[in-house]
Write a protein that binds this ligand. Structure first.
Ligand code: FAD
Length: 500
């Protein structure tokens, strides 16, 4: 019988390190010891503040109470993303979480909408989606499961939060559960001569750190998996050419919107993430198509509140490690790869990596088939998310800069090319297994970016037109009346804070 893993060492105290510590210390309580080492000298990337709804599951599994978390991290609620200037300059659309319209017999709502739109009898798509309507009016409420027939039962949301406060909050929680934190700089990684596995870490003050399983959360430097173990990197820059970002905090917005805004520029895009106490902003761009100074000026010109600091420049390479688990080392977070934050998926990838590791938890034999399984699942997940992000660039009508002309011309990965062809034919969405982005997301983004199907689903024509009109009109009316009764997002947060 092989021996169980008894000691886990986590390298890095950014969001991925502390998320790993918080969840593993909860799920494996008392069965393993966990040590986390981080270096204030190096610091963290300090961004990563917008999420997707699955973060609620992470918080739940980690034993985090929502009101507590919102207070501790200055969080606000997020119903989706507003995309401005992505299809054409001056156009905008919303990618909302949760359901779009109502299912009616065989088909999803948007198929009926496609026909009504062709007949000139449809309102804009957003009117049929409760989250978009709430976002437009800066309203918020969580789903009400006691009203199963109402669209309010289907409200889905995520959070915006302060990355630094989140890491601090998770650190307190983890330390209460016995995680040992070491402050120190790792200067050497010693490997076993036979297996090549990591044996111990040496800190620059001479301390030694032994472990059975090492989790590399050291950020984009990938200190363990990349530098020490030499696992290579698949570069995806030809599909996602952005490689830099300026980030700057600004004053808080009044009447805080419950959504992220993404505004496309001539060679990249700008994010605006509203928190309770400040606003996170940044401009992601391609250094091949835009100078640092030009990008910085565009960011500052696009701010909606005054800056609180000087902008900070970050560099990255889009792609993933060839293996995210090798031997006794698993990379989680930026060390495992990076996809730009357009759909706020990085922290989600951290979350799924931790749960995948728990599901495929090893013993000291580190069975290779188990490691291969982990790597296959991790790579597939990341490739699927990559394709969703690439679609935002490929499907655009923008022609006003060399950057956008490059994006329109580029060859996309084959699975995405197939998806686009299938959507173009009858507006159908082809998804594989448990792909993260569901039909509703693909539909909103593809329609929003300007990809109109040649034809709607032929089954739509089996419904009389008058019934279609009534169905769509009543859907929009019910949504409007629900949203009219909701609190403003700002007031909802104030009430929640007052109750904690
Ligand atoms: C521009 C930008 C915007 C982003 N926006 C979003 C977003 O909106 N939503 C989202 O989900 N994600 C976003 N991300 C991604 C997100 O920021 C990261 O996934 C997340 O912060 C996790 O980072 P990390 O913990 O892996 O790395 P880091 O934060 O870089 O942490 C690395 C840690 O390793 C430690 N370390 C490194 N070397 C050593 C050493 N030698 N010795 C000791 N310690 C060491 C450091 O001290 C630090 O604690 C964004 C990323 C970028 C670049």
């Amino acid at each position: 019988m092989s021996e169980p893993i008894k000691h886990i060492v986590i390298v890095g105290g950014g969001s991925s390190g502390w998320m790993s510590a918080a969840l593993l210390s909860k799920l494996l309580q008392g069965r393993v010891t966990i040590t986390l080492v981080e270096s204030e000298q190096i610091g963290t990337v300090g961004v990563g503040e917008a999420t997707i709804p699955a973060i609620k599951l992470f918080n739940h599994l980690a034993g985090i109470a929502e009101a507590d978390f919102i207070k501790a991290t200055g969080a606000t609620f997020k119903l989706g993303i507003e995309f401005v200037n992505w299809k054409t300059v001056g156009h905008s659309y919303f990618h909302a979480f949760g359901a779009l319209g109502r299912q009616w017999e065989w088909l999803s709502f948007y198929q009926y909408w496609l026909k009504l739109q062709q007949l000139g009898q449809a309102l804009p798509f957003e009117h049929y989606c409760i989250a978009s309507c709430m976002a437009q009016q800066h309203k918020f409420m969580p789903a009400d499961a006691n009203r199963p027939q109402s669209p309010v039962s289907e409200i889905a949301y995520a959070y915006h939060f302060d990355a630094g406060l989140y890491a601090r909050y998770l650190r307190e929680l983890s330390e209460q559960r016995g995680v040992v934190r070491l402050e120190g700089l790792i200067s050497h990684v010693a490997r076993d001569e036979v297996t090549g596995h990591i044996r111990q870490l040496l800190l620059d003050d001479g301390r030694q750190l032994h472990g059975d399983l090492f989790i590399d959360c050291s950020g984009s430097r990938a200190l363990l998996l990349g530098q020490a173990l030499g696992v290579g990197y698949d570069d995806w820059s030809h599909w996602l050419p952005n490689d830099s970002a300026w980030a700057v905090p600004t004053e808080a917005l009044t009447d805080v919107p419950p959504y992220t805004r993404s505004t496309a520029h001539s060679a990249g895009w700008q994010w605006r993430i509203p928190l309770q106490h400040r606003t996170g902003n940044g401009l992601v761009f391609s250094s091949e198509f835009c100078s640092d100074d030009e990008a910085r000026s565009q960011l500052l010109a696009g701010l909606t509140t005054p800056p609180l600091d000087d902008p900070r420049l970050l560099r990255f390479t889009t792609g993933k490690r060839k293996q995210m688990w090798w031997g006794n080392c698993v990379a989680i977070g930026l060390s495992s790869g990076f996809l730009e934050p357009l759909e706020s998926t990085s922290l989600h990838l951290v979350q799924t990596a931790i749960t995948r590791l728990v599901n495929l938890f090893p013993d000291k034999s580190f069975a290779q088939a188990n490691i291969d399984h982990y790597n296959l699942l991790a790579a597939t997940e990341m490739e699927q998310i990559r394709d969703f992000i690439v679609a935002h660039y490929k499907v655009t009508q923008r022609n006003d800069s060399e950057y956008w002309r490059y994006c329109r011309r580029m060859q996309v990965p084959e699975p995405l090319a197939q998806k686009l062809a299938i959507f173009r034919a009858y507006g159908r969405v082809h998804r594989v297994a448990d792909e993260l982005f569901r039909e509703d997301s693909w539909v909103q983004v593809l329609l929003g970016q300007g990809l109109s199907p040649n034809r709607y689903d032929p089954l739509v024509d089996l419904k009389p037109e008058a019934q279609l009109r009534d169905f769509a009109a009543s859907t929009a009316a019910v949504i409007q009346s629900c949203v009219a009764q909701m609190l403003k997002h700002q007031d909802f947060i104030a009430r929640l804070m007052a109750s904690t």
